[in-house]
Design a protein around this ligand. Sequence first.
Ligand code: ATP
Length: 196
Amino acid sequence: MIVGLTGGIGSGKSTVAGLFSKLGIEWVDLDIVARQVVERGEPALTAITQRFSATIPSIQNANGELNRTALRHYIFQHPDEKAWLETLLHPLIQKRSQMLLSKTQSPYVLLISPLLFEKNTPTDKSISIDVDKATQISRATSRDGNTPEQIKRIMATQLSRQERNQRADYIIDNSHSLSDTERQVYAIHQMLISLL
Ligand code: ATP
């Protein structure tokens, strides 16, 4: 059974995944997979470099890694190029995540993605992590030094809290203490186990 775990930026996906890990539940994070498929030596990095080196001279950092920030800014302004990139990466991300999922051994496995519903990722069940906007912005800014404006721009590309919660089978309210969230994780874990 594959259980999608989603939530906006800074909502607590990694934190909640860690709580499921304590219960022996494995997970695959699609953001991590998306980074792995463009690592140095990967054919996708060669394809991206060939496509963008003329328009983005700094497409690779000095150490030969993909300059994700430069690419993100460029495709934000060029929707056709964004579509080209997504066509390239989507099957690679899917193939790699399938391979990682097939290696897991826990009773069910979490598939973590901020864009689970936006991308219509197929899962058997889904969990939405819910926090109010102000908490989300303050946690996300204090974690990695982004400005509230940067966080709000990313939030604008993600489903609203209401839409995400409506589409999920289970909701975790992560606006309180970690022990409160842990209690909710445990209750959902019990429900998921009872479905197997
Ligand atoms: P992203 O989408 O950016 O990858 P995320 O959804 O994985 O983020 P986390 O990194 O888990 O979110 O959490 C964001 C920040 O909020 C982290 O610094 C984390 O420690 C903190 N945090 C998460 N849950 C709580 C909580 N219940 N109480 C206090 N702080 C929390």
